[in-house]
Design a protein around this ligand. Structure first.
Ligand code: BES
Ligand code: ZN
Length: 905
C-alpha cells in the first residue's frame, strides 16, 4: 500500500470547516475576553433584569416562580457567622449568623423575595427580618413575612412600595444546622492522632448559599461580600478574601476574623472554612497557599500542588491577558467534599484526592488528576468567576471552557505528559458517549427549561461530561456579535457564515454528526449520529446537513479528521476501511496516534449504532499486537470493557478472553523487559499508564505469569503490613486482583489498611479494590457499609456502590440494594448531589436483557411519586441504553462469538 493521504489536507467537509471556524472562535475569544471582562460588572448586574420565567404551575404569584423578580438588585452583604464545632444541649451541631444586605430597588414593588433554606430566622416584632431605608429614605413597614418552602424563599410583603433608585438594608438573624450533608455551610469530621476533629466548610454551588445566609441566590445577582467569622482561638478562619483583622473577644474566648470586601461576585462562589489546618506557601506574588490536615501538610502531601499552582496561575494570566484579580489564592483539601473541586473565588476547595499527592504511595495518575483539577479550577478564576453565566442553563459554557483549558494549564505545568492528546480520551470520547443518545439535550438549554434545584443540578452533572472539546461547543456568553467583530478585525480570517450561524448549529442542536466518506463516489455526507438508529428524536434539528463531492484516488487510504480536531465521527466505504486496516497492520505509526485511537472508538460506536458490521470494528483491534502507545490502548480498552459487561455472563466470554490474552501478551512481555521483570516502572508518563493496562489486562485474561506476580506482591504485603513494596502505579490492579482471588482474609486485610490509610489516594485504591471480591456476603456487607458514614464517608457512598456494581457478582446485589433503600438514597443525594446520577448509571450499567429492561421500567413506575431528582436523565438514559443493547445483542451476539472463536483458535 502506498502512502495514504489525509482527507483534511485535501478536502474540507462542511463539518471540518465548522471545526476550523470554531477554533477561530476560541482564538477570537481571547481577543474579546478582555473587552468583555471590563464590561463585566455592568453587564452581569443587568443580568438581574432578565425576564421572569413563568412556571407551569397555575399560580402567577412571584413567590411561586423559581426565578427571582427583576425588581431588586443586591449591592453588598455583611455576613457574620459563628459555627459551633461542639454539639449543643440538644446534641446538634449548629451555626448562628447575622446578615444584612444592601439592595437597590430597580422597579417599584411592595414585595421582597430572598432565598433562605433550612434557616431558623429570629423574629423581630413578629417578622423574620428588619428593613431600613438608606440615605434618609424611609422604608415601608413590613406587613407580613413567611416562607415559600418549595421555592426556598423568605417572602416579605410590605405595607407600601419600595422606590426605584433607592437603597434599602435588609437585616436577619438566624440559626442553621451544621450538618454533615456536604451542602451549604456544613461540617466534616476526621481522626488525627486518635482524636476526632471537626471543621466547618462550605459548598454553595449551585443553590446552597441560601442554606448559609439569606441571599439573592442567582448567579446573575452579583454583589460584594463582607464576611466575618467567629471561631475558637486555636482554629483558623478562611474566606474568599484576605483577612483584615483578627480580634479576640475576651469574654467568650473566641476570635472574630474579619475579611476584606470581595470583588463583586455571585453567591455560588462564596466560601468559608474554620479548621485547625496547616498550610504551606511559596514566596510569590500570587499569595498561593495550600491548606490541609496538619498531618498531610507535615507529610509533604501539599508540596506537589504548591509546585504547580503558581505556574498555572501565571499561565492563565498570560492566556487571558489579565492579571489574577485577587490578592491571595488559597487551595484547601477537605476530608468530606461532594464533588471533585470547587472554584470559590480565592478559596478553592478540593477533595483530598484532587489536591494531595504523596510520592511514596500515590500513582502518576493521581498526580495527573491533581494537575488537571487545579488547572481547571484556576481557569474558572477568570472564566466563570470574573465573567459569569447569567443563568444555569449556560453552565455548559462555564464547565466546558474550563474543561478544555484545564489541559492547556496542566500541559504548561507538565509539558512532558502529552496532555493535549489525552483530551481525546477524557473529553471528546466521553462527550460523544453522552451526546449520542436521544436523551441527550443541546448544550444550551432554554432558560425556561432549567428552574428547580434538581434541574440545575442535572445540568451540573452533564456539564463536566460534556467537556467541550476545543473546537466544538464554545462561547455563547461572550456574545457572538463580539466574536464576529473580532473575526472581522483579524486579518486573513474570513468566515462563510456569521459566528451566530456557525455556533448555533453546535450549541442549539443536540448530538453531533457522523461524516461518511465514500471514496468510490467522492460523496462526503453527514447525519446526526445516534447509538439507537430507530430512536425518535423529539427535538428537531433545524439545520440542514451538507453533502459535498470530492475526488479520491482509488488505491490510497483516506483518513478524515486528522489529529481528531473535529467534533464528529467518521465512517468510510468498505474499501477504504480495508485499506486503513491494512495500513494499521503493516505500519500503524504512519497514522497519527490520536487517529489510531479515534479509528477504534469510531468503529466500535458505528457498530453499536448498526452502521457498520461489528466484525469490522473488532478487526481494528488486531493491530494492537504491535501497539505500544497509551491513547489507542485506552480507547480500545474502554470499548472492550463495554463488550466485557455485555458478554461476561455468556458463552462469548471465553473466546473473547482467549483473543484478548493473545493481543495483550506482547505488551505484557514488553513491559516485563523494560521494567526488569516488573521491578521498576516505565520512564515516560503515558508509558506508565500503558504499563498499568498491560498488567491489568494480562492478569484479567490469564496471561501466564501475571497473576503469580500480583498475588505474590500482595501476599508479601500481608506478611509485612508496615512495608508495602508494591509500586503505587500498580496498586489498584494488584489490590483488586488479589482481593478477587482471595477470601475473607484478604478482604479484611484490605479493609484494615483502608481504615488506616492516611493518604486519600491510597484509601481510594483500597476502597475500590474491596469491591472486587467474588464473595457475595462480603459484597453485601460492604454495601451496607455505604449507609454508615463511620465506615464509608458520605462523599464516597455512591461511588463505592458503583465499584461494587461493576463487579459481575456485585451488580445484582447493588441493584437490589439501591432499590431496597431508594428512599434513603433519594433523600440524601437526590436533589442536588453531584454523584446521584452516577449512582443510577452505575447500578444499571450492565443491563442488556429484556428482563432487566422490565425491571428498570418497573423501578421507574414504582418510584414515580418520589421521583428521580437529579437522576431523572440518568434513568432515561439507562432505559434507552438497555433497549438499544437488547436489540443489538439479538443481531450481533452470534457474529461476535464466531469472530472471537476464529481469532482465538
Ligand atoms: N464548579 C465545578 C463543580 C460543581 C459543579 C460543583 C456544579 C457543584 C455544582 C468544578 O469546577 C468542577 O468542574 N469540578 C469537577 C472537577 C473538575 C476537574 C472537572 C468535579 O467536581 O468533578
Ligand atoms: Zn468546573
Amino acid at each position: 500500500m502506498g502512502k495514504g493521504y489525509y482527507i483534511s489536507k485535501h478536502l474540507a467537509t462542511a463539518a471540518m470547516v465548522l471545526a476550523a471556524i470554531a477554533l477561530v472562535t476560541i482564538i477570537a475569544l481571547s481577543v474579546v475576553y478582555n473587552r468583555e471582562k471590563s464590561k463585566n460588572a455592568a453587564k452581569f448586574t443587568n443580568a438581574t433584569t432578565s425576564p421572569v420565567t413563568p412556571t407551569p404551575k397555575t399560580s402567577n404569584e412571584p413567590w411561586d416562580k423559581y426565578r427571582l423578580p427583576d425588581t431588586l438588585s443586591p449591592e453588598y452583604y455583611n455576613v457574620t457567622l459563628w459555627p459551633r464545632l461542639v454539639k449543643n444541649v440538644n446534641g446538634m451541631y449548629i451555626f448562628t449568623g447575622i446578615s444584612g444586605v444592601m439592595f437597590t430597588c430597580v422597579k417599584k414593588t411592595d414585595l421582597i423575595l430572598i432565598h433562605s433554606n433550612k434557616l431558623n430566622l429570629t423574629l423581630f416584632k413578629g417578622h423574620h427580618a428588619k428593613l431600613m431605608g438608606q440615605s434618609g429614605v424611609t422604608a415601608p413597614a413590613i406587613k407580613t413575612t413567611w416562607f415559600q418552602t418549595e421555592k426556598q424563599y423568605l417572602v416579605i410583603q410590605l405595607e407600601g412600595k419600595l422606590k426605584p433608585g433607592k437603597s434599602y438594608w435588609l437585616y436577619t438573624e438566624f440559626t442553621g444546622e451544621l450538618a454533615d450533608d456536604l451542602e451549604g455551610f456544613y461540617r466534616s469530621e476526621y481522626m488525627e492522632d486518635g482524636e476526632k476533629k471537626i471543621i466547618a466548610i462550605t459548598q454553595m454551588q449551585a443553590t446552597y448559599a441560601r442554606k448559609a445566609f439569606p441571599c439573592f441566590d442567582e448567579p446573575g445577582m452579583k454583589a460584594v461580600f463582607h464576611i466575618t467569622l467567629i471561631h475558637d482561638l486555636e482554629t483558623t478562619a478562611l474566606s474568599n478574601s484576605q483577612e483584615i483583622k483578627n480580634v479576640i473577644i475576651d469574654e467568650t474566648a473566641v476570635t472574630r476574623t474579619i475579611f476584606g470586601p470581595t470583588k463583586k461576585m455571585s453567591t455560588y462562589l462564596v466560601a468559608f472554612v474554620v479548621s485547625d489546618f496547616k498550610y504551606i506557601s511559596a514566596k510569590d506574588k500570587k499569595g498561593v497557599r495550600i491548606w490541609a490536615r496538619k498531618k498531610a501538610i507535615e507529610d509533604g502531601q501539599g508540596d506537589y500542588a504548591l509546585k504547580i499552582t503558581q505556574p498555572i496561575l501565571e499561565f492563565f494570566e498570560k492566556y487571558y491577558n489579565t492579571s489574577y484579580p485577587l490578592s491571595k489564592s488559597d487551595q484547601i483539601a477537605l476530608p468530606d467534599f461532594n464533588s471533585g473541586a470547587m472554584e470559590n473565588w480565592g478559596l478553592v476547595t478540593y477533595r483530598e484526592t484532587a489536591l494531595l499527592y504523596d510520592p511514596r504511595t500515590s500513582a502518576n495518575g493521581n498526580k495527573q488528576r491533581i494537575a488537571t483539577v487545579v488547572s481547571h479550577e484556576l481557569a474558572h478564576m477568570w472564566f466563570g468567576n470574573l465573567v459569569t453565566l447569567k443563568w444555569w442553563n449556560d453552565l455548559w459554557l462555564n464547565e466546558g471552557f474550563a474543561s478544555y483549558v484545564e489541559y492547556l494549564g496542566a500541559d504548561y505545568a507538565e509539558p512532558n505528559w502529552n496532555m493535549k492528546d489525552q483530551t481525546i480520551l477524557y473529553d471528546l470520547q466521553r462527550a460523544f458517549a453522552v451526546d449520542s443518545l436521544t436523551s441527550s439535550h443541546p448544550l444550551s438549554q432554554k432558560k425556561e427549561e432549567v428552574n428547580t434545584p434538581s434541574e440545575i443540578s442535572e445540568i451540573q452533572k452533564s456539564s463536566p461530561n460534556m467537556r467541550c472539546s476545543k473546537h466544538c461547543k464554545t462561547l455563547r456568553n461572550c456574545s457572538f456579535s463580539l466574536l464576529n467583530q473580532a473575526v472581522d478585525q483579524t486579518p486573513g480570517v474570513k468566515l462563510p457564515y456569521s459566528v451566530h450561524e456557525i455556533m448555533n448549529r453546535w450549541i442549539l442542536q443536540m448530538g453531533f454528526p457522523v461524516i461518511t466518506v465514500d471514496t468510490r463516489t467522492g460523496n462526503v455526507s453527514q447525519k446526526h449520529f445516534l447509538l439507537e438508529p430507530d430512536a425518535v428524536v423529539d427535538r428537531k434539528s433545524e439545520y440542514k446537513y451538507v453533502v459535498k463531492h470530492h475526488h479520491f484516488s482509488k488505491n490510497e487510504w483516506v483518513l478524515a479528521n486528522l489529529h481528531v480536531s473535529g467534533y464528529f465521527r467518521v465512517n468510510y466505504d468498505l474499501g477504504n476501511w480495508e485499506r486503513l486496516l491494512s495500513q494499521l497492520k503493516s505500519d500503524h505509526q504512519v497514522i497519527p496516534v490520536v487517529n489510531r485511537a479515534q479509528i477504534l472508538d469510531d468503529a466500535f460506536n458505528l457498530a453499536r449504532a448498526s452502521i457498520i458490521n461489528i466484525t469490522l470494528a473488532l478487526r481494528t483491534t488486531k493491530y494492537l499486537l504491535h501497539e505500544r502507545e497509551y491513547i489507542p490502548w485506552e480507547a480500545a480498552l474502554r470499548n472492550l470493557n463495554y463488550f466485557f459487561q455485555l458478554f461476561d455472563r455468556s458463552e462469548v466470554y471465553g473466546a473473547m478472553q482467549a483473543y484478548l490474552k493473545k493481543q495483550v501478551k506482547p505488551l505484557f512481555e514488553y513491559f516485563g523487559i523494560i521494567s526488569s521483570n516488573w521491578t521498576t516502572v516505565a520512564s515516560g508518563h503515558t508509558d506508565q499508564f500503558t504499563q498499568i493496562i498491560a498488567l491489568s489486562l494480562a492478569c484479567s485474561t490469564g496471561v501466564e505469569g501475571c497473576r503469580e506476580l500480583t498475588r505474590s506482591w500482595f501476599k508479601k504485603w500481608m506478611q509485612n503490613p508496615h512495608n508495602n513494596t508494591i509500586h503505587p502505579n500498580l496498586r489498584s490492579t494488584v489490590y483488586c486482583d488479589a482481593i478477587a482471588a482471595g477470601g475473607t482474609e484478604e478482604w479484611n486485610f484490605g479493609w484494615q489498611m483502608f481504615q488506616k490509610a492516611t493518604v486519600a489516594a491510597e484509601a481510594v485504591k483500597l476502597r475500590s479494590a474491596l469491591a472486587c471480591t467474588k464473595v457475595p456476603w462480603l459484597l453485601n456487607r460492604y454495601l451496607e457499609y455505604t449507609m454508615n458514614p463511620e465506615k464509608i464517608r458520605k462523599q464516597d457512598a455512591t461511588s463505592t456502590i458503583g465499584y461494587i456494581a461493576s463487579n459481575i457478582i456485585g451488580q445484582p446485589l447493588a441493584w437490589d440494594f439501591v432499590r431496597a433503600n431508594w428512599d434513603y438514597f433519594f433523600k440524601l443525594y437526590g436533589t442536588g448531589s453531584f454523584t446521584f446520577s452516577r449512582l443510577i448509571s452505575d447500578v444499571t450499567y450492565r443491563f442488556c436483557t429484556p428482563f432487566e429492561l422490565s425491571q428498570l421500567k418497573r423501578f421507574q413506575k414504582d418510584n414515580a411519586e418520589t421521583g428521580f431528582g437529579s437522576g431523572t436523565q440518568a434513568l432515561q438514559q439507562a432505559i434507552e441504553k438497555t433497549t438499544a443493547k437488547i436489540k443489538w445483542l439479538a443481531e450481533n451476539k452470534e457474529p461476535v462469538l464466531q469472530w472471537f472463536l476464529s481469532e482465538s483458535a
